[in-house]
Design a binder for this molecule. Sequence first.
Ligand SMILES: C[S@@+](CC[C@H](N)C(=O)[O-])C[C@H]1O[C@@H](n2cnc3c(N)ncnc32)[C@H](O)[C@@H]1O
Length: 262
Amino acid sequence: MLSLFRKTPILGALLAQVIALPVVAAVTGPLSTSVERLPLIVIALVLQGALAALLCALFRLPRWWLLIAFLFPLAMGSAMLLGNLPAWPFGIAFLILALIFSNTTRGRVPLYLTNAETASVLKDLMRDRNAKSMLDLGCGLGGVVRALDGEGRQARGVENAPAVYLAARLLSVIAGKGEIRRGDLWKTDVSDADMVYAFLSPTPMPALWQKLSTEMKPGSLFVSNSFAVPGVDPDEIWELSDSRKTRLFLYPIGKAVEQTPA
Ligand SMILES: C[S@@+](CC[C@H](N)C(=O)[O-])C[C@H]1O[C@@H](n2cnc3c(N)ncnc32)[C@H](O)[C@@H]1O
């Protein structure tokens, strides 16, 4: 069960709310004759959030899920108490968030973007290695693709979140730089890229290395922003001087890489 929650924390968070609900109802029910309606609702919402957060802690969910578990009932309750709010802004907000983040619960890779300093270092890296083609797996808004495309280099990106893909595609068409495709990075052909770049999360790194080390061509290079491949020594680690002290892990393909003992 805990490993399921580690993979899909939203399930643990939902279960925590479901378990907390009858407990809170049992505790606050008898108070309904002695406490006024509004304070009672507030007490119930705070209890619901606190209990759900406690359960999330027991389920060993990351800390930010505890905060979400606590605030969720209060946010729901406030929205209901405010009564006559129109429903459509919530519907549109939900739709936009779903189009941007729908893949996050499955893939455990949220959207955050490579900064301009890092993109510039990646461009120098391609120049130094005479790399002509690059592929950004999970390209977000396509900033890296556009920054690296041109001067004889071809840059491509693949992105599966619908709204993010559309924005990336549009920006690249307007800029006339790079090629953005909608698709799943796991099904993407990486065999002709001189350099593959990824800025994902710790979760997919072992499986990603499995894919890249078997499918990329010998002599090519895999660069991971911030997340190392567990158990595999990178050839080089570049620590940049940007504000977030970005670290780039460089893995040449086809060169014997040392496996770090587990
Ligand atoms: C941390 S962002 C990095 C964006 C971009 N590479 C950059 O560095 O600016 C990761 C991106 O990967 C996308 N992503 C996650 N899983 C994916 C998958 N299976 N296939 C394609 N894209 C994916 C996410 O939607 C998100 O836009």
